[in-house]
Design a protein around this ligand. Sequence first.
Ligand code: FES
Length: 296
Amino acid sequence: MIRGAVLRAAAVAAGALTKGGSSALAPLEGGQKYAQALGASKAWSRGYATNSHDHFNIHRDSPENNDTTPFDFTPENMKIVKEVLARYPENYKRSGVIPLLTLAQTQNKGFLTLSAMNRVAEVLETPAIRVYEVATFYTMFNRSKMGKYHLMVCGTTPCMVRGAPKVKQALCDHLGLSDYGESTADGLFTLSEMECMGCCVNAPMIAVADYTKGVEGFTYNYYEDITTKDAVNITEQLRRGETPKVGSQHRSKCEPAGVVYEDKWVPTPEGTETLMGTPRGPYCRELKKEAAEQKQ
Ligand code: FES
């Protein structure tokens, strides 16, 4: 069970994230145009390719995050540390960096402080920079304080096409947030974006990391086939301490039994609601025709 909790959390990884403010990164203007085309009421505010819940990969000391912030594994979690380290040869302890960072983060309510990373380095007998490199590369590791529930909206193509910008907007509006990377004032929710989570057939979807029940009770669940109404309902159920239905919100799994189309669940899709009808455009340019015209 203990191993399950760590492995479940450790199975979650993606690309490196930071949040805007660096002039070295190019704005993704296409995202904004796309959101406007889909009718999201506010501007698409994701400015940078590597942006989500963490504001910077650069560490900045704060009262709650500096190298004197207390952190050590609890006695129960030290047993897990030993179990993890036993998987690797004595001279390859550092191979345990991801499970141990995951454990440290989960114990610390979703947030890897500098002292937590330093403790992991100490346990692994490896230079701290080796741990920082991993912690700042994977989106599964949060370098800023998180809400009790970490809501992550999938922002990759199939979910974007199926309504992710509207889901983001609905969650921002409902929670009083203006963008990814923000938390609610009561510390209950943090909203982020993640890249594809492998549920494209049930797009759009969100994932929720639940840090309310410690390492043993930690969950990382997917909620799929969601409309904006579903997304808001899920947050309200979490707020009430309930357990929302995991997986597809409208079908059993991913059987061919409907689709989310224009923010509504359509049980029997037809025409442009399927891949069988004629796409309504905009269409690709006819390159051959253009080339022929240029020759004339
Ligand atoms: S694009 Fe969202 S799960 Fe793959």
